[in-house]
Design a protein around this ligand. Structure first.
Ligand code: GLN
Length: 249
C-alpha cells in the first residue's frame, strides 16, 4: 500500500518531509515499516504538492518511478519552502497502470488529495457509485484507477459545499458499503485544513508548536506521534486535531 503524509505549520523546505527525517517518505518508499495491505515497497511513483503563496493555488510535482532516484527533486526540495504540504509514494495495485497521472497528489485549485489503499472488486463493485457522478467528471479522471475515482467523488462533495472531513467520511461510507473490504485511507488539504481517514490502514498524527503532521508512518522516533484508531476521520489545523468515528453505513 502506498504511504502518504500531510503537513501544516511553519514554512519548511519540503525536504524536511520527503528526504531528511530518519523515516522520511523517501525511506518509506524502499523500507516501509507497515505494508499490511500487501506489497513490499512503494516504487511505482511519487508526488508532492505545496503552496508557493499562502492562500494561493497548490503546485503539484509527480512522476512515475522511484523517489530516491530523482536527483532533480532532491535539489528542488531544499529550496521549495511551504507551510502546507501533501506528498505520497505509490505501490500500484495489481492491474492498475504505472503512469505519472495515477500518482498522488491529485489536485484542483487549492485542493490536494491522496489515497492509500484499494477498492475491492474494482471496477465492477463501484459502477453504480461512479454513475452518480457527472459524465464530465468521469471523462476527465486523471487515470483509470480507484484513487482517481475517489478523488472525483470527493471533489463532487467539495463542489457541493461539503467540509473536507465530511466529504472524505461520506465517500468512505459510500464506497465501503458498495465494496466491502476496501482500504480507504484518504488525505486532503486546502493549505489551511488537513483531513484524513483511517479505513483498514495506519495513520499517525503529531501536533504541537503550531504544526500538525498526518503520516502513514511516523517520520522519526521522536515523541508526540499518536496512531489514530481505525474507522475514523481526522480534521486538523495548526491549533486543533478533531477525530471522529465514521458511520459504517
Ligand atoms: N490503489 C491505488 C493505486 O493503485 C493506491 C495504491 C496503494 O495505496 N498502494 O494507485
Amino acid at each position: 500500500m502506498c504511504r502518504h503524509l500531510g503537513y501544516l505549520g511553519p514554512a519548511v523546505p519540503i525536504a524536511a518531509l520527503l528526504h531528511d527525517p530518519p523515516h522520511s517518505l523517501e525511506r518509506q518508499s524502499y523500507a516501509p515499516g507497515d505494508m499490511r495491505g500487501g506489497g513490499t515497497v512503494n516504487v511505482d511513483g511519487y508526488g508532492v504538492g505545496w503552496y508557493p503563496a499562502p492562500g494561493g493555488p497548490a503546485v503539484r510535482y509527480r512522476r512515475a518511478g522511484t523517489l530516491w532516484s530523482d536527483e532533480n527533486l532532491a535539489q528542488l526540495s531544499r529550496v521549495v519552502v511551504s507551510g502546507a504540504v501533501l506528498a505520497a509514494v505509490r505501490s500500484a495495485t495489481v492491474g492498475m497502470p504505472v503512469v505519472e497521472t495515477a500518482c498522488a497528489p491529485f489536485t484542483d485549485g487549492r485542493w490536494l488529495f491522496s489515497h492509500n489503499g484499494r477498492i475491492t472488486g474494482w471496477p465492477g463493485s463501484v459502477v453504480d457509485v461512479a454513475a452518480a457522478l457527472p459524465t464530465a467528471a468521469l471523462l476527465t479522471l486523471d487515470a483509470p484507477t480507484d484513487s482517481a475515482l475517489l478523488w472525483a467523488l470527493v471533489r463532487s462533495r467539495l463542489d457541493a459545499g461539503a467540509a473536507p472531513g465530511a466529504a472524505l467520511a461520506d465517500v468512505v461510507s459510500e464506497v465501503a458499503a458498495a465494496a466491502p473490504g476496501s482500504r480507504l485511507n484518504l488525505l486532503l488539504t486546502d493549505g489551511t485544513v488537513l483531513a484524513g481517514t483511517t479505513w483498514t490502514h495506519s495513520l499517525w498524527v503529531r501536533a504541537g508548536d503550531g504544526a500538525v503532521t498526518l503520516a502513514s508512518e511516523p517520520l522519526d522516533p521522536g515523541p508526540g506521534w499518536r496512531e489514530l484508531p481505525d474507522g475514523h476521520v481526522v480534521v486538523a489545523d495548526v491549533s486543533s486535531v478533531d477525530v471522529k468515528r465514521i458511520g459504517r453505513g
